[in-house]
Each structure stands twice: as C-alpha cells, then as structure tokens.
Design a protein around this ligand. Structure first.
Ligand SMILES: [Ca+2]
Ligand SMILES: [Ca+2]
Length: 786
C-alpha cells in the first residue's frame, strides 16, 4: 500500500490553540483521586499540560476516510511448551473451568472475547496450566495478586469505550524523524474526527504530515530538528467526542544512540545540593536540628550547576533527582528518637506537585529542558511504598493504605523480612496497598503523569522489595502504552537492597539468592536494571577500605557479570545517600561509630575533609574501578570531593563547589560554607579525568570486560570494541610497578601504535601479545590504545 497521499477533499484544519482555548485539555489532566473508577489500570485522564502552555494542531479527517475498528478480543500465547496447556483465572473460577489452549505451531493460543465475566479494561489474574503445573505467563505484561499468590494479569481492550491511537516505530535519521500513526474507531464504528498533534508542546506545521485516508493513518515527517529530546504528542477524538488514550512519542536527535552505560548516573539530594533561590527557603527550625532540617537546595540551583558544565566534566549522562513531591511541613521523631524533617523528600503529601522549596513545577521543567539540551537523561526518585499521613489520598481513600506494624519490630513479629510488604517504615508513613485496585490505578497514573507533565526520562524506583511486584509490571505496561509505542524506553532502575546470600519467597515466587532476587524484577516488561547491592558491598569492602586482596574483588565482579541475566542495566556503586561516606570508610574513621541518631553532633562526627593523603590514594583507586565497571556507574553528590560523613543524616551534608558556583553553597545560619581543600579539588580533577576517559573510550562504555591479571595487589582488565578501541585498566594496591609484563593475548593488539594514559599517570607499551605496564605505588591507571 502506498504510504501516504492526500485526497483533494481532505480538510486539514490548522488551529493554533493554547491551553487557554482548549476546553478538552484542562482539568482532565489532573483527575481527582476520588474520580469515577473506570476499572482501567493506570487511568491518567489526558495528555494535556495545563502549566506548560502546550499548543496543538488539529488534524481533521475528511468524510470518507476509512478506519479500522478496535479489536475487542485478546489472544494469549504460551510458548513454553507442554502438551496439555490450559488457561485458568478469575474469569474461569480458576480450576473450576479452565480454558484449553490450542496448539498453533510451537505455541499454544487462546483468543479471549469480552463477556459478563471478562469486561474490557478490567484487570484479571490468571495462570497457564502446563501439564498440571501452574505457571506465570512471561508473554503478558500485567501481574495481579489474588489470594496471596502472584498471577499474570490480562486486560481486554475497552473497545466499546473510545477510539485508539497506535503508533509505528519512530525512525530518526540525522536531524529527521518520521512515524506512521494509525487511528482505530471504537467497536461501535463511530468515525474519527480529528487528531490533536504537538511537537515539543508546539503545533506541527502543515507540511509535516499527510493523511492516508484509505488506511485511517497519518504519516508525520519532520526535518531540521535540533539535537536533544523531542516528543510528538497525539490525542485522537471520534465524532462522539470520545478521546483515545493519549500517546506520546519521545525521541532523541543525537550523534550516537544513547545507552545508560555511556556515562555516570549522578544522584542529587536536592535540599543539600545547590541553593539558587533563597526566596523559597523555609526551614522548620525550633526543635529540628540544622542537620535534619531543610537547608534550601532547589532545582534553580541545580540548573545553575548544570549550566556551568559541571556534570559533563564528571562524565555524567544521567541525573537522578531525589524525590520532588511536595512534602509535609511537619517534623517527626525517627531513629534514635531524634527529630527529623522531610528535607530528603521521602515523606510526600502530594502526588503530582513539586515541593515549593525545590522551586515548584516550573523549576523542574527548566531543569529537565536544560539537561535534554545537553544530551542528559533525568530520572525522578519514585516512591511507591509509602506516603505521609498528611498525603492528599489518605483521608479520601483509607483503604488504599495499611498500618499493620513497624518494620524491624521483631518482638511483635514485624521483622523487615517477616512482613516486608505491609510493614511501616515509620508510624507516620502509611504503606501503599498495591493489592488494592484503586490504589494501584492511581499511583500508576501519577507515575505516568510525572513523565508526561515534566518530560522526565524515567525513574529510580525506591524500596522495590517492600512493594508488591505487580506495581513494577503494571506500571511498565502503562508507561509502554503511553510512551514506548515508537520504540522509546522509559528507563527504570530499582532499589532492592539485598545481599548475595539473601533469599525469600513472596506470593508464591522464590528468589534463591540476592542476584536472582534483584534480577527477578528486571526484563522487557519490568525494570531495566537495579542497584547492584551484592557487588557494592564487595567493591566497597575491597577497594575503599583497601583491606580485601584485589583478586577477591575481581572474583566478586566476575560473579556480577555471570550471575545476573545479560542485557540488564544494573548500577554499580560504592555508596549512596543512605550509607556512610566512602572517604570516612577509606579513613577507617573511628567516629563512624558515633551515629547522629544516637545523639552525636559536630566534632563527634567524621570531618568533612580528611588530611591523610592515604585516603585520597584509596579513593582514586576505588573511583577508577567504579568508572571502568560494566553497567551503569553511579556517583553520589560529594563523592567527587571526598566528603566525609557517617550514618543518616550525616552523609547528606551541603554540597560544595568552590569557584563561580560558591554562591550556591549553603551553610548553617551564622557560619560560612567550608572551602574545599587542595586534596579534595585534586580528587575532583581525578574524577573529571575518569569522566572524560569513559566518555571518550567507547570500549569502556560498551565493551565486554576481559581480565588480564588478578593478583592480590595488582589487577588488570581491559575492554575492546574495535582494532584501536581498547582500554586497559590497571589497579595497583602495592608498591611501584615497573615495566611489568602482562599477558594480553585475549586482546587484538595488531593495530595499536601506542598507548596514552587517560589519567596522566603510568605508562603502557605493546610487546608482542603482552603489555609492559608501569604505575606508581597505590595507583590506578587507564590506558587507551591509539
Ligand atoms: Ca532555595
Ligand atoms: Ca509496602
């Protein structure tokens, strides 16, 4: 079929309509939590952007345009073998009357049609019975817990309710993009009237689309697009005025298609990062000690730091923003009966609004836009486990939340692993009940809204192991429907804090060890990756405090490479906003034993800067390994300047920049922000060289790691992605190494003429199939082939 043509009779109405004149683009975007329940998972009520002033172009279909009708049936396909294969679910009375699946080639299939027991838009639990064995269906996106068991879930299309927008794959070629969008009528056959289209919140020019009237499709083609992120947004309406679920097609114009391994993930704790607007500062003071109070950091400050080029210099390609939801103004007693405020962002009272202290919605939009101009991705910390008592949903929907018992209250049968899903982090933080359909629907809709309203690129998902797993699957399904039809991927990386030997059985699913547990939540229909806690523990133990022989660190890294499923994007890290600082660990600071939550303050806590040069030697070594790891390296604010600090909240001291950015620094009232020491600045220079090394050497970002040597004090590994695309990493814990010969027969060295040192230290030379390596005592080096 011809791809596109415009019939002479086609009426194309170009109506520039701002939010002010668009009656169907207003409040629908912000459904009230107690709005009508359509039964659909992840209802988000529209694609508008009332605060952003979106302009849409009306593309009106001419009479005679043909449209396919929506499908009402859903085909379930099982490809896992077996001879007697049946489907059983809530709609079959489970085992009472399972439905036989028909063999079709190597698969078994069944087509499900709507009925009184199977209503479009509703989520039903089911399993596949394979020769008597009840199995989850990996071919379906949804999950549902029924009777304490995890099941697959299916949702029949709401074919009668509204038309449907379907997008083909977005093709980007240089600065040009094209995509075919097809619209289908509701099953009643009511014809489509129009599609409202916008590109980057502006209308689309008439020359950018043609209507294929025979196929009910629109072919879009744009050219001359600027580098960075773009989004084509589409809303379709039929003649009855019914609106299809909105579709957004985000895509990037960039020199090299991005991979999250390409650079560092940098975590910013907004309140403690940079204060760009003193007018929104609102500490609680009174009973709240400065260390646990709001300090004034905001997205305006973060934007200034971004504009200075700070992140590029560190090799950052992805920003993880701490939670931005509006927070309670209250303070509470927490660990050690100490008083804390919500400065960290994990006590939300609103689901869709940015905390005013962080600069509000406009500041987030500005920050994201600037990041995208610079080719950086922005992830929001998404809290799916808990809200604060004062959250907007708690009063209206008490059934969405649980207050069973407090996590860690072992005496009352509420150990962290005894009731991991329903236990409370704190008595004032109601736990979200993800087995409640209403709660699930709303919190997924809110997640979709964060992406749609603020153009975010994904989420860091908090506390995954305390949230029923259907949250991850069903959220991915809705994100995919809304944003991923054109081939984009909303990146989701989860926090499942388990050790290598941890295991658990939940809702009938068993995780035999930490690797399997972490992997269980990842895959095409779930998370893209998780924080690699088992490897973190071993990397930190071995590298940061310097106690573990390097060959044992190598063994642990090898384990991570072989025991996780290939293809996921797990995150490698040394510490984070919940752990004592690596500088204090490297210093083996005895003050780490004096915790803030036990009442320790000021000089009883670790210093902000260490004087001992040995600390920096260890940190340079550890950070060199971090920046040369497979996966996604993650840096927590302050690691690059060797901040000291102990347990919560001591590892969250105000960020320091020095130089032109010093005006954004925060300090305790009545005192000055400290000055970064020469040693701290020197470490930052080292990290910048590491960032530059990872950015410039494709081998480091994309290659498979090959271990060339693994001794207790000397460790050498390499990556190769082409004849001259080779990076060799040398980690030396012992004395100076002088022209040590390392077998490099795993590498193809034939095209290499020389080696350059990315960090400016040591030398490497090719000698046949070996390398001659020299590095100083305690040093790490990266050599790039030329
Ligand atoms: Ca501020
Ligand atoms: Ca929970």
């Amino acid at each position: 079929m011809k791809l596109s043509f415009v019939l002479p009779s086609v009426v194309v109405a170009l109506v520039a309509c701002s939010a002010a004149c668009s009656s169907d683009n207003g409040d629908a975007d912000r459904p009230t939590p107690d709005g009508p329940d359509s039964g659909r998972i992840g209802e988000d009520g529209g694609g508008g952007d009332p605060d952003g002033g979106k302009i849409e172009t009306d593309i009106v279909f001419a009479d005679g345009t043909a449209f396919e009708k929506r499908e009402c049936t859903l085909t379930v396909r099982w490809t896992g073998g077996g001879s007697d294969v049946k489907l059983a679910g809530e709609f079959t009375g489970w085992a009472a009357s399972p439905l036989p699946m028909t063999k079709n080639g190597s698969a078994h299939e069944i087509s499900l049609a709507p009925s009184a027991n199977l209503i479009g838009g509703q989520l039903y639990g089911y399993k596949i019975i394979v020769d008597g064995d009840w199995r989850l269906d990996p071919g379906n996106r949804y999950r549902k817990i029924v009777g304490g068991e995890m099941n697959s879930g299916l949702v029949l299309p709401e074919c009668e309710a509204r038309p449907e927008t379907l997008a083909g794959k977005v093709e980007v070629n240089g600065s040009a993009m094209k995509v075919r969008v097809t619209v289908r009528s509701a099953a009643d056959g009511d014809l489509l009237e129009r599609v409202k289209a916008s590109l980057d919140e502006s209308g689309v020019p008439k020359s950018s689309f043609t209507i294929d009237a025979a196929a009910g499709a629109i072919d879009f083609a744009f050219d001359g697009l600027a580098k960075g992120k773009h989004t084509l947004s589409l809303r379709s309406f039929d003649k009855k005025g019914r609106e299809a679920e909105p579709v957004d097609l985000p895509f990037w114009v960039e020199d090299e298609p991005f991979d999250y391994r390409d650079g560092v993930l940098y975590m910013m704790l907004i309140d403690r990062f940079a204060n760009g607007n003193a007018a929104n500062d609102r500490p609680i003071s009174g009973p709240v000690h400065y260390d646990a109070d709001w300090h004034g950091g905001d997205l305006e400050g973060a934007l200034e730091v971004m504009k200075s080029g700070y992140f590029e210099k560190l090799g950052v390609r992805t920003i993880w923003l701490s939670p931005l939801n509006a927070q309670t103004d209250k303070w509470h007693r927490g660990d050690g009966d100490q008083i804390f405020s919500a400065y960290h962002g994990y006590w939300p009272v609103k689901s869709r609004e940015v905390e005013p202290r962080f600069g509000g919605d406009a500041a987030l939009r500005a920050f994201v836009a600037e990041a995208h101009r610079r080719g950086m991705r922005v992830l929001l910390d998404l809290i799916n486990n808990q809200v604060h008592d004062d959250h907007e949903y708690v009063q209206a929907h008490p059934d969405w939340f649980r207050k069973v018992c407090q996590c860690g209250d072992d005496a009352n049968g509420c150990g962290w692993s005894v009731k991991p899903f329903e236990c409370l982090f704190q008595p004032y933080l109601p736990d979200i009940d993800w087995t409640n359909a209403g709660a699930e629907k709303q919190f997924i809709a809110d997640a979709v809204n964060w992406i749609a309203a603020f153009d975010l690129d994904g989420f860091r998902v908090d506390a995954v192991k305390h949230v029923e797993a259907n949250s991850v699957y069903n959220m991915r399904a809705e994100l995919a429907r809304r944003f991923e039809q054109g081939g984009a991927r909303i990146f989701m990386v989860g926090e499942t804090a388990v050790g290598e030997n941890d295991q658990g059985t939940f809702f009938g699913e068993h995780f035999a060890n930490g690797f399997a547990w972490i992997d269980a939540y990842t895959g095409p229909t779930a998370l893209d990756g998780q924080f690699d806690f088992p490897t973190r523990h071993n990397m930190a133990d071995g590298l940061v405090n310097g106690d573990k022989p390097l060959n044992e660190v190598e063994d642990q890294i090898r384990k991570a490479e072989t025991r996780y499923r290939p293809g996921n994007r797990h995150v490698r890290f040394l510490n984070g906003h919940d752990n004592p600082r690596i500088a204090s660990i490297a210093a083996k600071d005895p003050k780490l034993g004096c915790r803030w939550a036990e009442g320790c303050r000021d000089d009883a806590l670790p210093p902000l800067a260490y004087a001992d040069p040995a600390v920096y030697v260890k940190l340079k070594r550890a950070l060199t390994v971090l920046y040369s790891m497979p996966g996604v390296p993650y840096l927590y604010q302050g690691d690059e300047v060797a901040f000291g600090g102990g347990a919560d909240p001591d590892m969250r001291r105000n960020m320091l920049f020095g130089g032109a950015l010093a005006s954004l620094e925060m300090a305790r009232p009545g005192s000055q922000a400290p000055t970064l020491t020469t040693a701290q600045l020197d470490l930052r220079e080292h990290v910048r060289k590491l960032g530059s090394a990872r950015t410039s050497a494709r081998a480091l970002r994309r290659g498979d790691r090959k271990t060339l040597l693994g001794e207790g004090d000397l460790w050498v590994y390499a990556y190769q992605t082409g004849p001259k695309e080779i990076a060799v990493v040398v980690v030396n814990r012992g004395g100076a190494v002088n022209a040590r010969s390392i077998d490099a027969s795993q590498l193809q060295l034939g095209s290499v003429t020389k080696w350059t040192s990315a960090l400016g230290n040591g030398t490497a030379a090719t000698n046949g199939t070996a390398l001659a390596i020299s590095v100083g005592a305690g040093e790490a080096a990266i050599f790039a082939a030329q």
